[in-house]
Design a protein around this ligand. Structure first.
Ligand code: AMP
Length: 316
């Protein structure tokens, strides 16, 4: 199955307690496609400046990502600078965002892109996300969207206009609370569902994830990682695992979506173990399968049989 992603391709300057990386390849579409390409054919739509290096382009090519839709514009590549709290990886501050060539970006889908089976609108200007949807020839089997506080805070109307057209919405816990002005994720998910998406995935960083799939609620912890190096892009690799799995299975059943959440968590766990997408260069498909099994075994438990009860206090 074909999976199309539109999003940012960036150079990031990231500081965590493990160190600092300047001009590290990143961006929402970059992270997403490195992750999803393990499971399905992925095509990327994005823009870079003339400063984008061949080495960084070849990271995508070596992963098997189709970059026919990655255009080069005169000017600098989008740049983002973030610093993580030394004691809490769930907390980071954006120090600087330079949109650069992203301001001129006018995505153009080719004939193959227009027939994609699955579409992921990664974190980027909601107007561009909508523009991509309007070019599709046929309604894909599944459309998903991710965003971030930058767009939620200042482009809410534009964001709502595109959320109306998607099936799956990814947001992190703070984002969905601020988007819906509530303090409870269940209430927040119900509010967002009224806008259109059937599936709401609320990411809680190191605290795991909760998915609301109509009547089905599913939650798993994050895969336990001892040495978190850099959480940048974990959300995008998470989404790449989710969409890659669903597209790879070509199935939209509740079981597939539950397994997609596990695959997503596995891919997010690899992302945090290195700066940029460095960790992925040293892993195999078997490593991914092993972590999938591992997450299943640490979360499985036997439920009560029909005639069984929990222990009861007996009166003495
Ligand atoms: P995440 O850690 O999953 O939120 O993703 C971080 C990635 O998002 C970085 O590689 C950034 O380059 C990219 N990014 C940061 N801000 C924006 C923005 N306003 N629009 C698009 N991509 C962004």
């Amino acid at each position: 199955m074909t999976l199309l992603v539109v999003g940012s391709v960036a150079y990031d300057d990231v500081t965590t307690q493990s160190g600092r990386r300047m001009s590290a390849p990143g961006g929402s579409a970059f992270y997403f496609s490195i992750s999803s390409s393990y499971f399905t054919n992925t095509s990327l739509i994005g823009v870079v400046g003339t400063d984008y290096s061949d080495d960084d382009r070849s990271i995508l090519l070596k992963s098997g990502v189709n970059i026919d839709g990655l255009v080069t514009e005169k000017g600098k590549t989008f740049r983002w600078k973030g610093v993580y709290d030394d004691t809490n990886f769930n907390s980071r501050e954006t120090i600087d965002t330079q949109l650069n060539v992203l301001t001129k970006f006018n995505p153009k889908l080719n004939q193959i892109h227009k027939k994609s089976d699955f579409v992921f609108l990664a974190n980027i200007d909601p107007k561009l996300q909508k523009n991509v949807l309007s070019q599709l020839d046929v309604r894909p089997k599944l459309i998903a969207l991710d965003t971030m506080d930058f767009w939620i805070d200042d482009y809410k109307e534009e964001l709502e206009a595109v959320i109306e057209n998607v099936d799956v919405l990814f947001m992190d816990e703070n984002e969905i609370k601020s988007f819906t002005q509530t303090n409870n994720v269940i209430t927040a998910a119900k509010t967002v569902r009224k806008l259109g998406p059937k599936i709401i995935v609320v990411k809680k960083g190191g605290n795991g994830v909760i998915m609301f799939n109509q009547g089905d609620i599913f939650t798993v912890p994050a895969f336990p990682i001892e040495n978190v190096v850099d959480p940048t892009g974990a959300g995008d690799c998470f989404a790449g695992g989710f969409m890659g799995y669903v597209a790879g299975c070509n199935d939209l059943s509740p079981t597939t979506f539950r397994n997609a959440i596990i695959t997503a968590s596995v891919m997010g766990s690899f992302a945090v173990e290195g700066f940029s997408t460095e960790k992925f260069y040293g892993i195999t498909n078997n490593d991914i399968d092993d972590r999938f099994r591992g997450l299943s075994s640490i979360t499985s438990f036997e439920t009560l049989q029909n005639n069984e009860t929990l222990p009861r206090r007996t009166s003495s």
